[in-house]
Design a protein around this ligand. Structure first.
Ligand code: C2O
Ligand code: CU
Ligand code: CU
Length: 496
């Protein structure tokens, strides 16, 4: 971790010591002026009578971002994209049109649906100007949770997601029926960062930024800069948070309010877990409860600095080349070194105190694996100046199946970040959610369904995957999307 100055250290300590601190961190109205904009929900499309049907268009659009014009890539003109909501067993039909200047496609991140045909097929290519109707059916036992959709055309993913193409895909169900959660106020937080020049156009990343994974200084929540999130005194807030940034990690902390984690990528956990901080790497989601049990006022939602690692290795690989040195300087400028205010929790009104629930939905224990595989994550010198990112030493090849699995079996995958002081890579698998078993041999503290898991430098993460229902080819990849585009992706074939 980079050295912090004293002031930053104090702020961090304050954010990290919520539980023990008696000091109120309410911000007086005169001390800061957060933008007094209300978080506007993006347009909502809900299924009815078992069908979710809509038209979706990707295009470049001029929108207002943080009070300034921005030229971004949008679905239906919105940042974030419209929120989709369906239930287990529903059919989803999306008439999609690509009005971008590049090929694209759609991926339904985290959904347990078929990866073939016009469903969650990452191999589809929709050329500029063309349309395709996506159609698939959610299994009747699909878990409820916070999922999302974004482009997945290999080679263009980072650029298009960084342009803004991302939206929530919520499956309603069991979790939403728990009375305490029904009584809570639900808010969605879609975290996106942007790098814009003075005229609001997206700044193209340099080579070093691409290898590191592009980040932008402008951090938005639901397409807004520092929006207010209202909470009633005594009330309960249910926040459903998505990291839709291509590379930025969010290390979240509320002033004076702990998070109570209730769901991860794939849905509910067994019992709430109290957290002072919540780390979300790209692609990950979390649902947390926040209690309105402090002094009325305003409290900041902070993004704390996070070191993604690998700087030493990147420097070494640069070997003192001029381009790389320039790139390195640029990059450090874009690296967040102090806490950043993402949103402001604002007390409004009061309700009679709502209890925190004790019991959620128990997560099944998976049977012992039939097969254990090892996947090594690393970066290597590529051709020319660049680096490639690999699984087991190989860069992505759309014509090669890397892993064959048998349907209706359980496998353990050992994800090993083999680079000394390696960069942190969020590993993501399509179609089949998994459970994290251990990190460096240490068992995970609680059972949870995940589809994206962070593998830090010097770490070995063991995940357990039940392969169910769907035969066909799907991908797994690093969700720092530049790494995916640079080759850190493999193909798994599920055979019946
Ligand atoms: Cu959200 Cu294959 O990705
Ligand atoms: Cu995905
Ligand atoms: Cu990566």
């Amino acid at each position: 971790m980079s050295k912090l100055n004293r002031r930053q250290f104090l702020i961090l300590t304050a954010a990290g010591a919520i539980a023990t601190s008696a000091t109120s961190w309410a911000i007086g109205k005169n001390k800061t002026t957060p933008h007094q904009t209300k978080a506007l929900p993006s347009k909502l499309y809900k299924s009815s009578n078992g069908l979710l049907e809509l038209d979706l268009e990707a295009s470049s659009t001029r929108i207002d971002l943080g009070g300034k014009p921005a030229y971004l890539l949008t679905y239906n003109g919105q940042i974030p994209a419209p929120r989709l909501e369906a239930k287990a067993g529903d059919t989803v039909r999306i008439r999609f049109t690509n009005n971008l200047s590049q090929p694209t496609n759609l991926h339904y991140h985290g959904l347990h649906v078929t990866p073939t045909g016009n469903a969650d097929n990452a191999f589809l290519d929709i050329p500029s100007g063309e349309s395709l109707t996506y159609e698939f059916t959610l299994p009747k036992n699909h878990p409820s949770g916070t999922f999302w959709y974004h482009p997945h055309r290999h080679g263009f993913v980072a650029e298009q997601v960084f342009g803004g193409l991302a939206g929530l895909f919520v499956i309603r169900g069991e979790l939403d029926e728990i009375p305490e959660l029904k009584a809570a106020k639900e808010e969605f937080l879609v975290l996106q960062d942007f790098a814009l020049d003075g005229s609001g156009r997206i700044q193209p990343p340099n080579q070093m930024e691409i290898m590191r994974g592009r980040e932008g200084k402008l951090m938005t929540v639901n397409g807004q800069v520092n929006p207010q999130i209202a909470i009633a005194r005594g009330g309960l807030l249910r926040l459903r948070i998505l990291n839709a940034s291509p590379s930025r990690f969010y290390r979240l902390a509320f002033e004076n309010h702990p998070f109570y984690l209730i769901a991860t990528d794939g849905g509910a956990i067994g019992t709430p877990v109290e957290l002072k901080e919540l780390l979300l790497s790209p692609g990950e989601r979390a649902e947390v409860l926040v209690r309105g049990d402090r002094k009325s006022g305003q409290y900041r939602l902070l993004n704390l600095p996070y070191d993604r690692g690998g700087m030493e290795m990147m420097g070494m690989m640069g070997g003192g080349g001029h381009m790389m040195e320039g790139g390195m300087g640029m990059m450090q400028e874009n690296t967040q070194t102090k806490p950043h205010v993402l949103a402001t929790l604002t007390y409004q009104g009061s309700v009679s105190s709502l209890p925190l629930l004790q019991q959620l939905i128990s997560v099944e224990e998976l049977s012992e694996p039939k097969t254990v595989r090892r996947i090594e994550l690393s970066m290597a010198m590529g051709s020319g100046m660049g680096m490639t990112f690999t699984f087991n030493g190989k860069a992505f090849d759309p014509n090669r199946v890397d892993t064959q699995v048998q349907l209706n079996t359980v496998e353990d995958w050992e994800l090993v970040n083999v680079d000394p002081d390696g960069m942190a890579h969020p590993f993501h698998l399509h179609v089949n959610p998994f459970q994290v078993i251990s990190r460096n041999g240490k068992p995970e503290p609680y059972r949870a369904w995940k589809d994206t898991v962070l593998v830090k430098g010097n770490e070995t993460v063991r995940i357990r995957i039940p392969f169910r229902d769907f035969a066909g080819k799907a991908v797994y990849h690093c969700h720092v999307l530049d790494h995916e585009d640079l080759g850190m992706m493999g193909i798994v074939e599920m055979k019946s």
